[in-house]
Design a protein around this ligand. Structure first.
Ligand code: GCV
Length: 613
């Protein structure tokens, strides 16, 4: 058993475990405030105003503060006040309410106990095909999520392997008990379902078959009787070999609406993932272009979904790569509620070994998209049974920050990272600044040594960690870089796959020319010769070399920064071990990518640095 009790992550200021008797967010608020302010000569009172819901307002009183809010709002207000005082930042003024009503954490936990793409140990609640958890730890998890405003937790992997199908029948009592542990923190459950599940009883899953519709209606009735506040169902259909409506020649709107109608009487949301593409592509086929897939499928269905369907769209058109352009679907649908999906689990971004703090990326995405384009947010969890919750103690930053961005997509990355650092560690000011700076830059460091200029997918197949420039080149997943001795990258302009046409005019114009396309996406949109002269005057091949050398050197510098921090144990040891691995990884990336591109291009490094033959 891991020693999670002594690993409070960002709740260092709240060391006492929350008692099991607390049943509502308002009770949690009162208890947390009581414990925190007990010896601080500050009095905190609460004014409940049901209509405020999740919103809160904090007012100063002669002896302290008054928090006004609805049931959940009181709790969010209490945490916000404590965090402001702990970080020495201004107490929020005026009414504070979340930008998005649904702030979801999608857990890819299998009932075997494994987590698909999990880098923090085994599941916190499943093991051996059953629910298996420490109630106190789940309560502490609820507290962590509640403290940053996450309000939905999807319990199981979107790839629904047996026995997870039983979460909506024989395992409902267990699901209900689990839900009751999170409810006091304003967190509701969601369940991933298998579209084909009625087959066992009625012989088909055709969404237009009345027996299938009746089966789901009956199932929904039982599910919501057991967990009345269930947020909804999450569905991965016709994607990576999962079943779906295509089997019956039905559209995704027909499939999603059928389910949505079954759960509408209970206020349930049907979250339908848009991660659908041909995963059986022939690499010789240069016409099919995976990034086009979602837009091609869903744009014609815009407006065809029922009002309680939410289309959940990954932020980029591929799959959580180090850098991708914004998914054109997020800009293209006008009449379909959407959720943007992020991945806190660092599948392609360092696997919670290499540092990759996400706030700068989210801020860029929300700024470019406009937060109003989507009505909800979801993120794939980075949690697990490891003592520190997230594999790397610093990876907790991404979970913490996700909650803050779901509440306020305009949050400032540096402020958020700094708040996490101050809440997690009691470091002297210069060290807090060093840690904040290191994390703020970590994405750009990782990008430089792994995937600069928009060249993604140069990774080890299946594991997705470590350099392998041709790893996905001859595979069926639609993930190619097409490097040869003359050029590298994919032409996605009108003269190529035409993907760029899926963007609104302004962005299309920006991306369509290599002269205006941002460097970070250059080879995503264009196929260019190694001698191509970049905006900064360097050749393309020289930029490839320079970035790999620079990224690796910066990773080595981060190691020095880390060593200068007086972190508490065991965080210090864990962070150092992972940093050793990161630096090893960065050197491998630098040398393998440089050698790979030199073998193709024959070009020497202008600075004469070591590149292997
Ligand atoms: C849950 C990627 C991952 C899969 C994941 C899938 C998805 O392909 O590698 O593990 O499956 O995305 O988002 O559904």
């Amino acid at each position: 058993m891991s020693n999670w009790e002594n690993r409070p992550a960002w709740l260092r200021a709240l060391p006492r475990p929350v008692p099991a008797e607390l049943e509502t967010p308002a009770a949690v608020a009162a208890w947390e405030a009581g414990a925190y302010f007990e010896n601080r000569q500050i009095s905190v009172s609460f004014r409940r105003e049901e209509a405020m819901g999740e919103a809160y307002a904090i007012a100063q009183t002669p002896s302290g503060y008054e928090i006004g809010g609805g049931e959940a709002g009181l709790m969010y207000g209490a945490y916000a006040l404590i965090f402001a005082l702990e970080t020495g930042t201004p107490v929020p003024r005026g009414v504070q309410k979340p930008y998005y009503a649904l702030r979801m954490l999608d857990c890819w936990d299998n009932m075997s106990g494994e987590i698909e793409r999990g880098y923090a140990g085994r599941s916190l609640w499943f093991e051996g095909g059953k629910f298996s958890y420490e109630p106190a730890r789940i309560r502490q998890l609820g507290r962590m999520l509640g403290s940053v405003g996450v309000n939905v937790l999807c319990l199981n992997n979107v790839n629904v392997h047996q026995p997870a199908q039983h979460l909506i029948d024989s395992l409902l009592p267990e699901a209900a008990s689990f839900a009751s542990l999170l409810r006091p923190f304003g967190v509701r459950l969601m369940i991933s379902i298998d579209f084909s599940q009625p087959i066992g009883d009625v012989g088909t899953a055709d969404p237009l078959d009345e027996r299938v519709q009746a089966w789901w209606a009956e199932t929904a009735k039982k599910v919501w009787a057991a967990v009345p506040d269930l947020a909804g169902f999450l569905v991965k259909a016709d994607s990576e070999h999962r079943p779906g409506p295509n089997t019956y020649h039905r559209t995704h709107a027909e499939g999603a609406n059928m389910l949505a109608r079954a759960i509408r009487p209970y206020g349930g949301k049907l979250v339908w993932r848009a991660f659908v593409y041909n995963c059986m592509q022939d690499w010789r086929d240069t016409k099919t272009d995976r990034p086009r897939a979602a837009y091609d499928l869903y744009k014609p269905l815009d407006g065809a979904f029922d009002e309680n369907v939410i289309l959940q769209v990954k932020h980029g058109p591929f799959d959580f790569q180090v850098r991708e352009p914004l998914s054109p679907l997020l800009l293209g649908l006008e009449r379909t509620p959407m959720a943007i999906e992020f991945q806190l689990a660092q599948e392609y971004t360092g696997q919670q070994i290499d540092l990759y703090a996400m706030p700068p990326m989210w801020r860029e995405i929300f700024d470019q998209m406009g937060p109003e384009r989507v009505s909800a947010v979801a993120a794939v969890s980075n949690l697990g049974r490891d003592g520190c919750w997230t594999g790397h103690p610093f990876a907790a930053l991404n979970l913490f920050a996700y909650g803050l961005y779901a509440w306020n997509p305009q949050a400032d990355p540096e402020t958020v990272i700094r708040a996490w650092a101050k809440l997690t560690y009691a470091l002297p000011e210069n060290q807090t600044a060093a840690l904040t700076g290191m994390l703020l830059n970590s994405r750009s460091v990782y990008e430089k040594y792994t995937a600069n200029l928009g060249l993604c997918w140069m990774i080890t197949p299946n594991s997705h960690y470590g350099p392998n420039p041709y790893g996905y080149e001859f595979q069926a997943w639609g993930t190619y870089i097409r490097a040869d001795r003359n050029a590298v990258g994919i032409d996605r302009t009108e003269s190529g796959t035409g993907y760029v046409n899926q963007y609104p005019a302004e962005l299309k114009a920006l991306y369509a020319s290599p002269d205006t396309c941002p460097d970070g996406l250059l080879l995503f949109f264009h196929r260019l010769p190694y001698g191509w002269v970049m905006k900064d005057g360097r050749t393309l091949i020289q930029r490839l070399y320079d970035d790999h050398f620079e990224g690796c050197a910066r990773a080595e510098a981060m190691k020095k920064t880390l060593e200068s921090l007086d972190l508490p144990e065991p965080d210090r040891q864990e962070a150092r071990e992972r940093m050793e691995a990161q630096v090893r990884n960065a050197r491998e990336w630098r040398d393998i990518l440089n050698t790979f591109f030199r073998r193709f291009s024959g070009a020497d490094d202008a600075q004469g640095r070591k590149i292997y033959d």
